[in-house]
Ligand binder design. Structure first.
Ligand code: HSE
Length: 439
C-alpha cells in the first residue's frame, strides 16, 4: 500500500458506538484525512443483528464477521461487539493475520490483554484501545505517550460514567437509584448488563488495563478487589457531605516502590470512596469521567471529559484509526519482571493496604453503645477522626453511629467490623467505605 492509499476499515458491531462511528467517519472525513495523511474509509460492516434503518454510508453489510476479517478489502478491523466470546475469537483472528485491531472492549483487554498484546507484537500488527477506557478522554494516549517516560506513582479516576451519573443524581436531586439507572441505559451509557457498571466490574476492567500500561506488569483480573455502588444510600451521601466529602466510584492503581524507586508491588482496585470535597474529582458530575495521575516529572495532572456514550467513544476509535493510518500506534511492550526479584511484581492484597474509613453502624438507641463501639475500634488500634451520632432514633429505636477513622490497615478494620457486627446492640448491616485523599 502506498502512503497516500486510503485505509479501509471493517467494523464488527453496530450498537450505540458502532453507529456513531459510521456517522463520525462520514461527518468528520475531511478533518480525519488531513490528520491521518490519507482517507479513512469504512468499507464493510458486520453485525449479528441486521439494522436496516442505519445508513452505512456506502459500506457493505454482512452478518459474517469471519468473512470481514479475512477480506482482502479490509486493512484494519474495529471490534465494537463487546464481551469475550465472539469478540475474543475475532480479535485473535485479526491480529493473527497481521491486521491491526481497534477495540473498545475493556473486558476483553482486562481478561485477555496479555495474550492479545503478545499476538500483536508477534504479528507486527497494531492494537488500539483508546475507546476502552474513559470514553472520549484521550487517557490511554496521555498515559503511554504524553506521560510515557515518567515514573507513575498512582492513577485514580472516575472511570464508570453510569456510576457517576447515578451518584450525582442521588447527591444533587435525591433521585432514586433505579430511575436514574434506567435513564443511563436509555442514553446508551450503561453496559449490556448494567450490573457490570453498578457492581464496579466495568471500572475494575478499566483500571486493570491502566495498571498494566503504567506499571508494565501483568494484572490477574481475578485478584483485583471490586465493589460497586449498590450499598451507597442517600443517607451515606448526606453524612459524607457533613464530614466534608463526596462519594465517588473510583478505580485506583498505585505503585509501591523501594527507596531507590524500584517497583515492588501494585495496588489495583475499584470501589466507592469518600473524596474530600475540595479535590477536583469531587466536583466531577454526571456521565463525566476524570482521572488524576501522579508522576515523578509532571506531578499531578487531571484528564476529564465524557466517559461514555456513542460519539465520545467513537471519537476515541477514530483517534486510533488515525494512528493506524499514520503507522504511529504504539505497541504494548512485554510485561516486565520486578527489578528487585526478577519475578512478576505482586498485586497487593486489599488486606495489606491502609486507608481511613467511613463507617455507618446501625445501633440500638441506648446508653453505652457509643462507648462500646469506640472500645471495639480501639482494641484493633483504630483511632476515631470524626463522629456523628443522631440524637433521635430514625426507626424502631435505632440510631446510626457514623465514624470516620484515622488511617488503618484494612485487615485491622476487617477484624473490628467482625467484632462490631457481632454485638447484640448492632441491629443492621454496617456500611464501610474507604477515604481516598488523592494527595
Ligand atoms: N458503561 C460504561 C460507563 C461505558 O458507564 O462508563 C463506557 O465504558
Amino acid at each position: 500500500m502506498t502512503a497516500t492509499a486510503e485505509l479501509r476499515v471493517g467494523l464488527c458491531g453496530l450498537g450505540t458506538v458502532g453507529q456513531s462511528l459510521v456517522e463520525l467517519l462520514a461527518v468528520n472525513a475531511a478533518a480525519i484525512e488531513r490528520q491521518a495523511g490519507r482517507p479513512i474509509r469504512l468499507v464493510q460492516v458486520a453485525s449479528r443483528t441486521p439494522k436496516p434503518g442505519v445508513d452505512l454510508q456506502g459500506a457493505t453489510f454482512s452478518t459474517d464477521t469471519q468473512q470481514l476479517i479475512g477480506s482482502s478489502e479490509v486493512d484494519v478491523v474495529v471490534e465494537l461487539i463487546g464481551g469475550e466470546g465472539l469478540a475474543l475469537d475475532l480479535s485473535r483472528a485479526t491480529l493473527a493475520c497481521g491486521k491491526s485491531l481497534v477495540t473498545g472492549n475493556k473486558a476483553l483487554l482486562a481478561l485477555h490483554g496479555e495474550e492479545l498484546f503478545a499476538l500483536a507484537r508477534q504479528n507486527k500488527a497494531g492494537i488500539g484501545f483508546e475507546a476502552a477506557v474513559a470514553g472520549g478522554i484521550p487517557l490511554i494516549n496521555a498515559l503511554v505517550s504524553g506521560l510515557g517516560g515518567n515514573q507513575i506513582g498512582w492513577v485514580a479516576g472516575i472511570i464508570n460514567g453510569t456510576c457517576n451519573y447515578i451518584l450525582t443524581a442521588m447527591t444533587e436531586d435525591g433521585a432514586a437509584f433505579d430511575a436514574v439507572l434506567a435513564t443511563a441505559q436509555e442514553l446508551g451509557y450503561a453496559e449490556a448488563d448494567p450490573t457490570f457498571d453498578v457492581g464496579g466490574i466495568d471500572a475494575a476492567h478499566k483500571i486493570a488495563i491502566i495498571a498494566r500500561l503504567v506499571f508494565g506488569v501483568p494484572i490477574n483480573f481475578a485478584d483485583v478487589p471490586v465493589a460497586g455502588i449498590e450499598m451507597v444510600s442517600a443517607e451515606d451521601i448526606e453524612y459524607a457531605r457533613q464530614l466534608g466529602y463526596r462519594i465517588k466510584h473510583l478505580g485506583v492503581a498505585a505503585g509501591e516502590r523501594d527507596a531507590v524507586g524500584n517497583l515492588i508491588a501494585v495496588d489495583v482496585r475499584a470501589h466507592a470512596a469518600l473524596v474530600p470535597q475540595d479535590r477536583l474529582l469531587a466536583g466531577v458530575g454526571g456521565v463525566t469521567n476524570a482521572a488524576m495521575v501522579q508522576d515523578n516529572a509532571v506531578g499531578l495532572s487531571v484528564y476529564s471529559g465524557p466517559g461514555a456514550g456513542g460519539r465520545p467513544t467513537a471519537a476515541a476509535v477514530v483517534a486510533d484509526l488515525i494512528r493506524v493510518a499514520q503507522g504511529t500506534l504504539p505497541t504494548v511492550p512485554a510485561a516486565i519482571p520486578s527489578e528487585v526479584t526478577g519475578q512478576s511484581v505482586a498485586l497487593k492484597a486489599l488486606e495489606d493496604t491502609e486507608a481511613a474509613f467511613y463507617m455507618r453502624i446501625p445501633v440500638l438507641d441506648k446508653p453505652g453503645v457509643l462507648a462500646e463501639i469506640s472500645h471495639l475500634l480501639s482494641e484493633q488500634g483504630i483511632s476515631i477522626e470524626s463522629l456523628i451520632q443522631r440524637e433521635q432514633a430514625v426507626r424502631d429505636a435505632q440510631v446510626p453511629i457514623v465514624v470516620l477513622t484515622q488511617a488503618v490497615a484494612q485487615s485491622a478494620l476487617n477484624r473490628a467490623l467482625a467484632t462490631i457486627a457481632a454485638s447484640p446492640d448492632v441491629v443492621g448491616d454496617i456500611v464501610h467505605l474507604r477515604v481516598e485523599s488523592l494527595l
